[in-house]
Design a protein around this ligand. Structure first.
Ligand SMILES: [Zn+2]
Length: 473
């Protein structure tokens, strides 16, 4: 055996090598000779099948449509079927067309198969009542198309109806075949009484309010309004009562359209703890006392950790102990510096050891100064809003590296910025306050509705005084 086999990598060309090669080919040929053959299994059909039967099989077979299969769902015509010269058509075609986002009203009608001339006329009729562009996307249009006047002509419109607005339904009809199209307005009664949702806060205010029937958008607005007023985590207790009033429209046909939050209240032990009502053009919330929504306390002038605090310290450059009259924020060169609250720029430029700096004057005899900037982004005299970028972190002036030295003055005296938490609030007064209070009293009269889905249908058109609530100014 060892004479027949050989490592074909060694002694190439020798007799032993050729013998080994011959063995290799011989064994390979032997292996290939025993390769099994694959062929379809033969099985005799149970019944004789001729061309007709096979045609029947094909029509019921499930096979790729690309191969001409009929999937068995719809059986193809057999040999006995002869196509008709002309197929009868439905005389009327009822359908629903939906206005898509960015869709044209006329385009939609034409896509539904309407006669283009009719589509143009309908669009003009509808457009004469409501701006066609303001019809909500997703609006469904019920269409009935009539019989074609000729074989290949488009179908004319018989009737059409749509909810053009929350409080208006429009119908276009053709009184007589071939006659003109007529528009009919069908106003829908709408009740504008605001919706009031009250309940116990419980474990989760959000979940409780949703369960009580407040729409998600209203609960979010409610939480946001409250956050500006109280510390939700600590000050709101599970036993408190939430009180949400939102503008709300109910159509006589049953649809509901929740609007914006009008009132946000919290009650504890029967006492009103928080009462916020939307007021004014900007839609800000004001407390019952007429104090506007908190524009919140200070915000950090720069995103970064506090390095050196306010107080006596050894100066890093001058080397002796002296007062550090501000707060140092460590931040990278070029980090934006923002105004901690609304104010006016009283100084912008080089200020001695402070380097490039900006000084702001805020309400309440409060000033802030921002030092060592690499670049200043405001001009003296300019008004800035809370959070507005006023410059960028640098290392100008007496500074060992990029950081923000931030100072605060109250009545001209340096105070520790870390110790101050103050708020600026808008305030209503005089005649405006009186009107605000009157509206607040009126809105609190709204009766709490039952669950959102189970409110009784409005019986009558909205009553006089309550409508006013929607027009808070
Ligand atoms: Zn400093």
């Amino acid at each position: 055996m060892s004479q027949l086999t050989h490592d074909l990598g060694s002694d190439i060309g020798s007799r032993r090598w050729f013998r080994g090669l011959a063995t290799f080919f011989g064994m390979t040929a032997g292996a290939l000779a025993f390769w099994p053959g694959f062929a379809p299994l033969e099985a005799a059909p149970l019944m004789p099948s001729d061309a007709d039967v096979r045609g029947e099989y094909r029509r019921q077979a499930i096979a790729p449509l690309a191969l001409g299969a009929d999937t068995g769902r719809r059986i193809g015509p057999g040999t006995l079927v002869r196509p008709l010269a002309s197929a009868p058509e439905r005389p009327r075609l009822e359908m629903v067309a939906t206005l898509g986002r960015g869709d044209g009203f006329e385009t939609m009608l034409r896509r539904a198969g309407m006669d283009p001339a009719d589509a143009r006329q309908v669009t003009a009729l509808v457009g004469g009542t409501v701006a066609v562009g303001e019809i909500e996307p997703g609006t469904r249009v019920d269409l009935v198309l009539g019989r074609r006047p000729a074989v290949s002509a488009p179908r004319p419109l018989d009737t059409l109806s749509l909810r053009a607005r929350f409080d208006l339904e429009l119908a276009v009809t053709r009184a007589t075949p071939g006659g003109p199209l007529v528009l009919e307005r069908k106003p829908i009664r709408v009740d504008d009484t605001p919706l009031r949702v009250r309940g116990i806060v419980g474990e989760s205010l959000y979940r409780s309010a949703r369960a009580a029937g407040a729409p998600a958008s209203a609960v979010q607005a409610y939480l946001k309004a409250l956050t500006d007023q109280i510390d939700l985590e600590r000050e709101l207790r599970p036993g408190d009562t939430f009180d949400i009033i939102l503008s709300h429209r109910r159509a006589a046909t049953g649809e509901r359209l929740p609007g914006q939050l009008l009132y946000a209240g919290v009650e504890r032990d029967g006492q009103r703890k928080v009462q916020l009502m939307r007021w004014g053009r900007e839609g800000r919330f004001f407390e019952a006392s007429g104090i506007g929504e908190q524009k919140d306390g200070l915000i950090a002038p720069v995103a970064g950790p506090v390095g050196s605090r306010f107080g006596m310290r050894r100066h890093p450059i001058l080397g002796y102990r002296r007062m550090h009259a501000g707060l140092d924020y460590r931040a990278r060169h070029g980090t934006p510096i923002v105004a901690v609250t609304d104010g006016q720029v009283t100084g912008a430029g080089r200020m001695g050891g402070c380097g490039y700096a900006v000084r702001l004057r805020h309400g309440g005899a409060l000033d802030t100064r921002y030092c060592h900037m690499s670049r200043i982004a405001v001009d003296a005299g300019q008004n800035v809003r809370r959070g507005q970028v006023i410059g960028y972190v640098g290392s100008t002036g007496l500074s060992t590296g990029p950081h923000l030295h931030y100072e605060m003055y109250r009545g001209g005296r340096a105070v520790d910025p870390a110790s101050v938490r103050y708020v600026t609030r808008a305030m209503l007064s005089g005649e405006q306050l009186a009107r605000f209070r009157a509206t607040l009293a009126r809105i609190r009269e709204v009766e709490a509705g039952a669950a959102f889905g189970s409110l009784p249908k409005p019986a009558a058109a909205p009553s006089g005084p309550r409508r006013e609530i929607d027009r808070l100014d």
